[in-house]
Design a protein around this ligand. Structure first.
Ligand SMILES: *[C@@H]1O[C@H](CO)[C@@H](O)[C@H](O)[C@H]1NC(C)=O
Ligand SMILES: *[C@@H]1O[C@H](CO)[C@@H](O)[C@H](O)[C@H]1NC(C)=O
Ligand SMILES: *[C@@H]1O[C@H](CO)[C@@H](O)[C@H](O)[C@H]1NC(C)=O
Ligand SMILES: *[C@@H]1O[C@H](CO)[C@@H](O)[C@H](O)[C@H]1NC(C)=O
Ligand SMILES: *[C@@H]1O[C@H](CO)[C@@H](O)[C@H](O)[C@H]1NC(C)=O
Length: 491
């Protein structure tokens, strides 16, 4: 479908536009009878690989999750846009081994000056289209102030008495670094900021969803159904990220994506790829929780199978993020691992795609929530289960778009090569008269803290190369998104 549309658009532009054609040229896709349009790349910015934050550590891993802070987005008189981005690093510089990195979030202020010209900007000038400035850091702790850790969870802390009852202050069995080091292990990947300043964070280890206070103290924990928990054959939890469990989420394949439908107060989390028992990594799961009441254990109200894209060679493009668009419709970030800081320069698939659960089957509270009953045994979806409808949408690594901002795919492997790991999505309204459905889509990358002048837990390190934290901004047309975006940004 997309390729037909693409061919149509290309044929059209070949017929009607004289060279040099105006850039960027829009690409559209239809899902559930609605047409969504990618208007192209309009801004690029970065935080240098050697930047440091208030604790003295390298300011890295920024794009694991991003959100525009409610109440900060504004259009300025000179036609630029400004606001604050909240960014969520994962578990620190862990290229060699996991480290005792306290989970944290940072605030960055930004000025966005969208560039729609066709002439190619230099790499230096391109960075003026999205200026990012570090503001501050909030460190995360448990309820009693004990700091969290990024260390691989090799042990388990018993559930609080009362877990499972309607008590949000009771915790399930928790991943901890070790019995001697009973710190909660967090590998943060998703963020949702609530209107009251508290926020939800999704993680890879549990995979759990935590709510923290604005000051960074743990308030609440959501444990997913048994089918998703990392269990041994004997049904014992083992949260390590060093080996796959026998059932549940794969190692390092936790809740990569988290988003809120602010109109119904539904919190959605997506697993990076299918569970171990669902053999095929292609069929992942989306979960929905009703978070309209926060002083109770929040109920699971929906669960759907989402089919991830697969390469012609059978490689599954796992999902790294999720963003609510309109009831039943989501953006997702599916990609390969190639690019700067990744495994080679041959970038094949880095997309922000769309999916809809409008006609999909909810499997919440069915046998598929148990570890014993896979929903996709031997890579085939179980009878009677309809998966979400998936549509390929926006190519982050489109070479023509990147070239306008001094960036590229392929060799050489330098700081103008597009980064490998894109993991954060945020939306804000373009506010352009006559284009009420147009938004800016922020896409952020995780640089894995790779720097030749790094600092980790106060100790200098040299990771052998420099990978900046790159941010891209696209203009997109998303009919139906207005109410959700406005509510999320407090507009
Ligand atoms: C859901 O089904 C209806 C009725 O068949 C159809 O009109 C609609 O396009 C479908 N939506 C999606 C997202 O597939
Ligand atoms: C980062 O590196 C650049 C180039 O080497 C240098 O000019 C800058 O001062 C460094 N910044 C920090 C915070 O060390
Ligand atoms: C971070 O900076 C913003 C903007 O100045 C401010 O509103 C916020 O309170 C600061 N947060 C912390 C933790 O200092
Ligand atoms: C903080 O709470 C955790 C979890 O209940 C507990 O294991 C730890 O011992 C507490 N630490 C302190 C200093 O009270
Ligand atoms: C978890 O599994 C690993 C091996 O995969 C093992 O070394 C470790 O002891 C297990 N942890 C627990 C708490 O059972």
């Amino acid at each position: 479908m997309l390729s037909l549309l693409l061919l149509g658009l290309l044929a059209q532009s070949a017929r009607s536009s004289p060279a040099p054609r105006a850039a960027p040229s829009p690409v559209s896709v239809s899902l559930g009878g609605v047409t969504y349009i990618n208007q192209g790349l309009v801004a690029f910015g970065l935080i240098p690989s050697n930047a440091t934050e208030s604790t003295g550590d390298t300011l890295g891993g920024l794009g694991s999750a991003v959100a525009v802070k409610p109440g900060t987005w504004r259009m300025q008189a000179d036609g630029t846009y400004a606001g604050t981005l909240v960014v969520q690093p994962d578990r620190g510089f862990n290229v060699l081994t996991t480290i005792d990195y306290q989970a944290r979030r940072h605030e960055l202020s930004f000025v966005l000056s969208p560039y729609t010209g066709s002439a190619a900007l230099s790499f230096a000038d391109a960075q003026k289209t999205l200026k990012l400035t570090y503001l501050n850091t909030t460190l995360l702790s448990e309820r009693n102030g004990t700091k969290t850790s990024g260390l691989d969870p090799q042990a388990i802390r018993a559930a609080d008495p009362g877990f499972g009852a309607a008590d949000p202050t009771a915790d399930p069995q928790m991943p901890i670094a070790s019995l001697n080091e009973p710190h909660l292990s967090v590998d943060a990947e998703g963020i949702v900021i609530n209107a009251d300043g508290t926020y939800w964070l999704s993680d890879e280890y549990g995979p759990y969803i935590y709510r923290f206070s604005a000051a960074g103290q743990l308030l609440q924990t959501i444990q997913p159904p048994e089918a998703i928990l990392p269990l041994s054959k004997k049904g014992k939890l083992n949260f390590t990220s060093e080996d796959d469990p026998d059932t549940g989420r794969g190692a390092n394949q936790g809740f990569e994506g988290l988003t809120l439908d602010p109109l119904t107060n539904t919190l959605y989390a997506i697993l990076q790829s299918g569970t171990i028992q669902d053999g095929a990594a292609q069929f992942t799961r989306l979960l929905a929780y009703d978070v309209s009441q926060l002083d109770v254990a929040v109920p699971l109200i929906g669960e759907w199978v989402v089919p991830l894209p697969v390469s012609s060679g059978g490689k599954v493009r796992s999902t790294s993020e999720l963003h609510f668009v309109s009831p039943g419709v989501f953006l997702t970030l599916a990609r390969d691992g190639n690019g700067h800081g990744g495994s080679g320069t041959d970038v094949k698939y880095k997309h922000v795609d769309l999916f809809s659960i409008a006609n999909a089957t909810s499997i919440a509270h069915t046998d598929f929530d148990s570890a014993a009953t896979p929903v996709a045994p031997k890579a085939k979806l179980a009878k009677g289960v309809t998966a979400a409808a998936y549509a390929s949408f926006l190519d982050i690594a489109d070479p023509a778009g990147l070239a306008r901002f001094g960036l590229h795919t392929g060799d050489p492997d330098d700081r103008t090569l597009i980064n490998a790991k894109w993991e954060g999505l945020a939306l804000a309204p373009a506010g352009v008269p006559g284009a009420p459905d147009d938004y800016f889509l922020f896409v952020a990358s995780d640089n894995d803290f790779i720097s030749t002048q790094g600092v980790s837990l106060g100790v200098p390190f040299d990771a052998g190369e420099d990978v900046d934290s790159q941010f891209l901004v696209f203009r997109v047309t998303l009919p139906g998104a207005a109410a959700g975006v406005k509510a999320a940004l407090g507009l």
